[in-house]
Design a protein around this ligand. Structure first.
Ligand SMILES: [Zn+2]
Length: 363
């Protein structure tokens, strides 16, 4: 058995890396010895396209991140950003005070101009006919340019999918991972084939990513691999959890919220632990893929990978990106740079909040 390295060993390893980096600095007098471009990126998946969460809730961070990627000539790996504000069609995550910006259309256009597509997570599962004309949700979709060919929606509900196909035929449609949780926990290949004929891309159920024989039967150009899902492998509560999320986003019921909290605290702690499945401890692993697993899937020809985490703290979310996107040799240096930027941005945000809440001057 491999033992974990001690803290001192880890510290020594970091020092070693710093010494190596110093050597390069002295040789080249530049912060990094590498030619700008591909070497900044993870060398094991040079052709990967990243589909990244946080479009709304992490707007400031993603805007900074994109301009950093652009100035380093590596923004071509960023394919789309996705998320949705608090609207009725939102799915996957709870409506919890995510603002619908007045300037969303301009914001989306600015991303498109930089080569990044915008996908709205309108993946609510429980929509009915009467929800299709929800004004805010419709207004949100109206903000997308459907002619540029880069934008789309992530859907899980057939009614909404059909409605949007008619209303906005130029938008791409991705079948949400939530759809696979509900409709295909059995990993039927026929289901995937049918979805791949109906949608531009299909996000693979996160339990199925480890079944390479199944993956091998999928159309590479129409598949998206979510590499850091927040639930545990083979969690039995995904369907319930996702259905409750969708219901909550429609009526914001307190009871639903309480039931979800209970699931979170008592049966599925998310990411790695299912508390009520002690009999199947071999299933206790996270579906946060290791680099070797990402590499194995990439080598099969898959190129569209997805990173979620829009409701995680910004530092955690940033780390997901750093971990998968950058050359691991340089990741800690990128982390330093990105975390400093987050700190500066957070200070600006706090200053703005204080300014807005400042008491009026008394006469
Ligand atoms: Zn779970």
């Amino acid at each position: 058995m491999n033992e974990r390295p001690s803290y001192d060993e880890l510290k020594e390893r970091v020092k070693e890396l710093e010494r190596e980096l110093d050597k390069y600095k002295q040789a080249d007098k530049k912060p990094f010895p590498l030619k700008r471009g591909y070497q900044f990126l993870h060398p094991d998946w040079p052709e990967v396209k990243w589909n990244i969460s946080g479009l709304f809730i992490r707007r400031r961070f993603l805007t900074s991140f994109l301009s950093f990627m652009k100035s380093s000539n590596i923004s071509h790996v960023l394919k789309t950003f996705h998320d949705a504000p608090d609207v009725l069609w939102n799915g996957g995550r709870l409506n919890m005070n995510v603002k619908f910006y007045d300037d969303s259309a301009e914001y989306f256009k600015s991303l498109n101009d930089k080569g990044v597509g915008v996908f709205l997570t309108v993946s609510n599962l429980v929509l009915e006919e009467k929800h299709l004309d929800d004004p805010d949700s419709n207004r949100l979709v109206e903000c997308l340019d459907e002619k540029c060919g880069m934008n789309g929606v992530i859907v899980a509900n057939d009614l909404l999918s059909d409605y949007l196909r008619k209303k906005k035929p130029g938008l791409k449609q991705v079948a949400s991972v939530v759809k696979s949780f509900i409709e295909n926990p059995q990993a039927k290949i026929e289901w995937y084939k049918e979805m791949q004929s109906r949608y531009d891309r299909v996000v693979v159920h996160t339990d199925h990513m480890f079944d390479l024989d199944l993956l091998d039967k999928l159309d590479r150009t129409k598949t998206e691999i979510l590499i850091n899902e927040e639930c545990a492998y083979k969690c039995q509560h995904r369907q319930r959890h996702q259905t409750l999320t969708s219901k909550f986003n429609i009526d914001r019921s307190k009871e639903i919220h309480e039931e979800m909290e209970k699931i979170k605290k008592t049966v599925c702690l998310g990411s790695s632990t299912i508390l009520d499945d002690k009999k199947n401890l071999e299933n206790t692993r996270s579906v946060f893929l290791t680099h070797c697993e990402v590499k194995a899937i990439y080598d099969m020809g898959f190129r569209d990978f997805k990173i979620c985490g829009r409701r995680k703290p910004v530092g955690t979310f940033a780390w997901y990106l750093i971990n998968f996107i950058f050359n691991p040799y340089l990741a800690y240096a990128f982390a330093d740079m990105i975390y400093r930027k987050i700190e500066v941005d957070t200070k600006k945000d706090v200053a703005n909040v204080i300014k807005r809440n400042a008491p009026a001057k008394s006469n």
